[in-house]
Design a protein around this ligand. Sequence first.
Ligand SMILES: N[C@@H](CCC(=O)N[C@@H](CS)C(=O)NCC(=O)O)C(=O)O
Length: 229
Amino acid sequence: MAGLRPTLHHLNNSQSQRILWLLEELEIPYDLKLHQRVKQRAPLEMKETHPLGKAPQLETGDGRVIVESLVIAKYLIDTYDKTGKFKGDGNKNDWIRDDELCNLASASLGAPMVVEVIMTAAVKLTPFFVRPLISLVHRQLRRGYSGPELDLYFKYLDAQLGNQDYFMGSAPGRADFILSFPVDTCTGAGFIDLKKYPKMEAWHARCRERPAWKRSLEKGNGYDMTFNF
Ligand SMILES: N[C@@H](CCC(=O)N[C@@H](CS)C(=O)NCC(=O)O)C(=O)O
């Protein structure tokens, strides 16, 4: 299996950037198919490889197409990380912590983040004469739900880092790759101020300084998470 060359179907300004980053960290040969958003959505051609038509999609080289970022990241690390560099450095940095943080990133933190994404889009897309009303609803939702929830999860993540460089120890693990997307979204779109969470801010900067991250940006087709549409 490890001899087979995977292909990443990648979409600009999307969560598949974290899979591209992981592929660069693994330093394995892979093919990259770049897809470009059309009116913010994935192009129809992405349905040629998987009926959901979303990114990321990973073709394994033996004809299988894997979807869902958590599963793709697990497959890549299980298959290609032969030295265990990205599997956590032991003690409490084990698979339970990895799974907890990956699920927190996707399900728990994802919920208030999606509320912010939808309400931000709704405010921008509604005609100007109803915009004050939608803005009011957004502010109320932010005050009563998404704001406190995002703060809860970012505070928790800040504490989880402790004195570690990465969530899985001295090197990034699956949880770090997976968390990068909600953190990029929440900071890029201004849903949270990362300065309030100093360890998270340092972690974010540390991830962005990694040569593999920089290479992933060069190889991709854009990663603008500011939601300026
Ligand atoms: N749960 C999936 C989500 C896949 C997904 O929704 N991808 C977005 C990119 S962030 C997408 O393709 N959006 C374009 C569209 O739905 O048209 C995962 O973890 O990979």
